[in-house]
Every structure is written in structure tokens, then in C-alpha cells.
Design a protein around this ligand. Structure first.
Ligand code: VGL
Ligand code: ZN
Length: 193
């Protein structure tokens, strides 16, 4: 009996990989420890891809004049400018050849989007494929992972957080922990397999 992979996936499951982009890993908004989860994320991507299940990669994809940037009155340093190195997925990120989708968010100058569902076709793509359960990995636990999971709950999905494949910013100590507590209170389940 194997120690891991006891979790039984079905045709109604999908993986979401949140914002595994250069700026969040080693660039303008680097999340400490983000490098360490790349292998874990890739492992889950392979598990889903090997079963023929869809994988959705979200990415922050901001215009130069984005509202969330400090120079434009926002709170973040300039990051993930569409087409830039910082916006590219990390070189080590495994992206399957098929049945994978890239979801760009925060693409309008005047709106920010922490959730992969905000202003995107993610929900539509999932519903079209009959997806009921979402497994979420990536960065950052206390921002885009949290909001994507929250959005998914509100849209009726059963949500799991892949605990060994997420990493938080923790601008205030405990932010990631509180984000998970908040999600658990909504019925989200933390798992590793
Ligand atoms: C994110 C800060 C600003 C994230 C995006 O992906 O968590 N954080 N924009
Ligand atoms: Zn952003």
C-alpha cells in the first residue's frame, strides 16, 4: 500500500494553480519560500494530467497603469505587467501539453482581481466540463489563493486546498493561517495526497 495518493479523484475534479509567476517567486513581489512549492505544485499537476483531468493556471496580468501599483495609488510594487518577464510562469513550472487552460486576471487598469473567477471565464470553463470539486494550489495563500477559493465556494464548488503546495505572504504574521481558518469555516478542506 502506498503512503500517498490514497485520495480518489474522479472525472468531476479539476486542479487550479494560482499565480506561479516569476514576480511572485523571485521578482518584484517575491513570496518567501515560493520556490520550494514548485515541485509540489508540479507533482499535483502530473497527478491530474495523468488522469486526464483539466488543470487551470491563473496569472496576474496587469497593464502598466494598473490601479494596484503604488505609483497609481495602489498598495503593491509594480508586478506582473502583461508580457513582461515577471508575469511569465516560472521556468520550472510544469504545464501539460493539453487539457490545460491559462486564466488571466487583473487585466483592466481600473480593477484588481485577487480571485481567478473575477472578470474571467474560469467558472464557465469549469461548468462546461461538469467540474464539481476544485483543488487549489499556488500563491499567495493569504491573497489570490484565498480569494480564488472563496469565489469557488460562492459559485457552488466543493473546494480543497493542497496544503503542501501553497505559500503565503504573511505581511502580518499569521495572515496565511487566518486565511485558511476563514476558508475552513466555509467548508473548505485542507488536504495533501
Ligand atoms: C497577488 C498581490 C497582488 C497574488 C496578486 O497573486 O496573491 N498578490 N496581486
Ligand atoms: Zn496583482
Amino acid at each position: 500500500m502506498e503512503a500517498k495518493s490514497r485520495f480518489v479523484l474522479t472525472s468531476k475534479d479539476a486542479l487550479v494553480v494560482v499565480d506561479m509567476q516569476n514576480d511572485f517567486i523571485s521578482g518584484a513581489l517575491a513570496v518567501s519560500g515560493a520556490e520550494e512549492i514548485i515541485d509540489k505544485v508540479n507533482r499535483y499537476t502530473r497527478i491530474f494530467a495523468d488522469k486526464g483531468l483539466p488543470v487551470f493556471f491563473t496569472r496576474d496580468w496587469h497593464p502598466e497603469e494598473h490601479i494596484s501599483f503604488k505609483e497609481n495609488g495602489g498598495v503593491w510594487p509594480k508586478h506582473c505587467v502583461a508580457g513582461s518577464w515577471g508575469a511569465r510562469f516560472h521556468d520550472k513550472l510544469f504545464i501539460p501539453a493539453d487539457n490545460r487552460f491559462v486564466i488571466s486576471k487583473g487585466t483592466s487598469p481600473d480593477f484588481d482581481a485577487y480571485s481567478g473567477f473575477q472578470g474571467t471565464v474560469l467558472d464557465q470553463l469549469l461548468k462546461e466540463r461538469g467540474v464539481k470539486r476544485l483543488f487549489i494550489s499556488g500563491i499567495a495563500t493569504d491573497y489570490c489563493v484565498k480569494h480564488t477559493a472563496f469565489g469557488a465556494v460562492n459559485l457552488g464548488y466543493q473546494v480543497f486546498i493542497l496544503l503542501d503546495a501553497v505559500k503565503g505572504v504573511d505581511l502580518s504574521p499569521g495572515d496565511s493561517h487566518r486565511a485558511l481558518e476563514f476558508l475552513y469555516s466555509l467548508g473548505v478542506v485542507g488536504v495533501e495526497f
